[in-house]
Design a binder for this molecule. Structure first.
Ligand code: ZN
Ligand code: ZN
Length: 261
């Protein structure tokens, strides 16, 4: 991988601004392209092939414009935090590594699972806090203005929420040694799972609910219930915190069965 960008001096306003613009554009295009493809290839196809899988059939037309604008602002903030992360990496503050020999190979899956667990835990509790009656209307309401969600809802957050969501990744790599490839994989999973969970179409097989491993993964049915009911299903990737804290919706199993029939 070409790492020559690490040799540039980002304390200079020109280079900082250049990388900020490049990162923001990449992040925004990634959102637009992946959301657009998912809508065409998955949602539209399943609408005709298996309509039972469609969870959000009604989607207000004016909603998409609002969501794309909020997502554009989120992309700028993610880009800004991305540059700060590069600067921290340059100065040796992070535990990111690129040499595969730096840690044993068995450490790779451990770092991956640990990062996901930390991220899940952080998100679940931040999300509960964002729903506090005194906080909700100032920040998280922006995301919940989309009751019927779509692929375009995936990055639609108030700027404070975008920052809260983004800073966990630099915080994790300050502590957990992580190969650059693992970090990139986590960034891809973040984007893809946000799209899957908001797309309004269930793609996971009905048999997963009875599978001891797959039942922990959150899909569109799970997160859709969060947007419609507000007080249940706070998880990000996994269901375990909702199960441990008894915040999983009672309607979930019944909905899941209806889709799988
Ligand atoms: Zn919420
Ligand atoms: Zn959501």
């Amino acid at each position: 991988m070409d790492l020559t960008f690490l040799e540039k001096d980002y304390t200079l306003p020109g280079t900082f601004f250049y990388l900020f613009v490049v990162f923001s554009i990449i992040i925004f295009l990634r959102y637009v392209i992946m959301s657009g493809l998912y809508q065409r290839l998955i949602y539209d196809r399943l609408s005709s092939l298996n309509p039972k899988r469609i969870i959000s059939p009604k989607y207000p037309k004016t909603q998409r414009r609002r969501e794309v604008i909020w997502s554009g602002i989120s992309s700028l903030l993610f880009g800004f935090i991305g540059v700060l992360m590069i600067m921290a990496w340059q100065r040796g503050y992070t535990a990111i590594y690129v040499d595969w020999q730096a840690y044993p190979m068995w450490y790779i899956p451990i770092s991956f699972v640990s990062a996901l667990f930390i991220h899940e835990t952080y998100y679940y509790w931040i999300h509960r806090w964002l729903h506090h009656p005194k906080i909700y209307k100032y920040i998280h309401k922006v995301h919940h203005d989309s009751i019927s969600t779509s692929v375009w809802t995936s990055f639609s957050f108030h700027p404070i929420e975008s920052i809260l969501q983004a800073i966990i990744i630099p915080l994790i790599v300050l502590i957990v040694p992580m190969h650059l490839a693992v970090l990139l994989l986590i960034l891809i999973i973040m984007t893809v799972s946000a799209i899957i969970n908001h797309a309004g179409v269930e793609i996971y097989p009905a048999s997963w609910r009875a599978n001891n491993v797959m039942k922990w993964i959150i899909g569109s049915t799970h997160h859709d219930l969060h947007h419609r009911r507000f007080t249940k299903n706070f998880g990000l990737y996994f269901t375990f915190w909702d199960i441990w804290m008894e915040t999983e919706s009672d309607e979930f199993d019944e909905r899941w069965e209806r889709i799988g029939k």
